[in-house]
Design a protein around this ligand. Structure first.
Ligand code: SF4
Ligand code: SF4
Length: 374
């Protein structure tokens, strides 16, 4: 009998989830980028057979095909043996054929079953305040009809705002980004756990960017089979976290993670000390630069000043060059990059670190921007 993946209480939902969850945003794809259904369905089934009992998706992952693949993979399985978590975005401009209700109906149809944990995706305090009454009406009637069991949210809002969302008392579970290089939400995770929410995290290996050699994992490698496993052990060592969702694309990756989830040892006191020392040393370097306090915002041009400086930290301090450049490319596409700055100087005196923001933005753009096409 293979060792089982340890289960953890998912807050006060009364349900127990495996400490490793399958993130269904990186399913196997065909050369044209569409979900390759046969291997994708097989991968999801292997995950469930291997002891993972919770799958996380979203209405738009793989253009909706992620939920379709889950629906196919679970057909015929005893429904009480696994949990489905999926998410839906809030949009300001609802159209008659595209409302919160029609999005929920679509997810239910694709999955072919009820949803255990229904999360509002990337919820901000501002979006919540604008929409919550009408959204809650839909959610409560869906709950009463047995279409969803628990309500939650994921967020990239500021830690203070996420705490305010938790304190509304309306949510039963939460999903936040957390890994060795991004511990912005450490206090929020503790707050959520203390309030009895089920706590999930995404990005334990930073979208695969921490799967290669990096200094932070060095101190854990003696007792971890790879950097990715070191990252997972780091996350599981945080007792505020119930489940770490990892997006997996291949059987090999899945098996390695399942093996780790079954048998990885807790961090030893010596390992804990090593990683703490390394993180503090890196944080000191990073904090000299920008503390992400966001006092400089809003910028009228939409420049994401702390986001850009965080990427510069990842580039300089953690040597994650490819990741920093890729994520900066996303800021360029959304016109939140440093080149939008008109040098109005409004942000300068708001910065308690006295960072020469304009010069630093210029440097960030020189370092991170994709080369111009000839
Ligand atoms: S100086 Fe640049 S970054 Fe600062 S507020 Fe003005 S436009 Fe935004
Ligand atoms: S005010 Fe300064 S330290 Fe705070 S986020 Fe902006 S640049 Fe960073």
């Amino acid at each position: 009998m293979p060792q089982a993946i340890p289960l953890r209480d998912y807050g006060r939902t009364g349900l127990k989830v495996s400490r490793l969850g399958l993130g269904a945003m990186r399913l196997p794809t065909t050369p044209d980028g569409k979900v390759d259904f046969d291997p994708a369905v097989e991968l999801i089934r292997q995950a469930l057979d291997g002891g993972i009992n919770i799958i996380d998706s979203m209405l738009n992952y793989h253009d909706g095909d992620s939920e379709v693949a889950i629906g196919r993979a679970i057909r015929g399985r005893p429904r009480e043996t696994f949990y489905i978590q999926t998410k839906v975005g809030l949009y300001a401009d609802e159209k008659p054929d595209d409302t919160f209700q029609t999005r929920l109906d679509l997810a239910l149809k694709r999955l072919g079953t009820y949803i255990d944990f229904y999360l509002m995706h990337s919820l901000s305090l501002e979006a919540f305040q604008r929409n919550w009454q009408k959204i809650l009406l839909v959610l409560e009637s869906a709950k009463a009809a047995g279409q969803i069991r628990h309500i939650g949210f994921s967020s990239h809002d500021t830690p203070d705002n996420v705490i305010k969302l938790i304190d509304t008392g309306l949510f039963e579970c939460i999903l936040l980004q957390y890994n060795m290089i991004d511990r912005r939400y450490s206090k929020v995770l503790a707050h959520a756990h203390g309030k009895g929410l089920g706590v999930g995290i995404m990005g334990p290996v930073a979208g695969g960017h921490l799967a290669g050699p990096h200094e932070l994992a060095d101190g854990l490698l003696e007792r971890s089979s790879s950097e990715a496993v070191a990252c997972l052990r780091f996350v599981w060592d945080n007792q505020d976290i119930d489940v770490a969702f990892s997006g997996m694309s291949s059987s090999q990756q899945l098996n390695q993670n399942i093996q780790a989830a079954r048998s990885a040892e807790p961090l030893s006191p010596a390992e804990r000390k090593k990683i703490k020392t390394m993180i503090e040393a890196k944080e000191k370097l990073a904090d000299l630069y920008c503390t992400s306090c966001r006092y400089c915002l809003p910028c009228e041009q939409g420049v994401d000043i702390p986001g850009i400086f965080r990427l510069m930290n990842e580039f300089r301090v953690y040597n994650l060059h490819a990741r920093a450049r890729t994520l900066y490319g996303w800021l360029v596409s959304g016109q939140h990059d440093a080149s939008q700055c008109t040098q109005c100087r409004n942000c300068l005196e708001k910065c308690p670190q006295n960072i020469p923001i304009i010069e630093q933005l210029e440097e960030a753009h020189r370092t991170l921007a994709p080369p111009k096409e000839e």
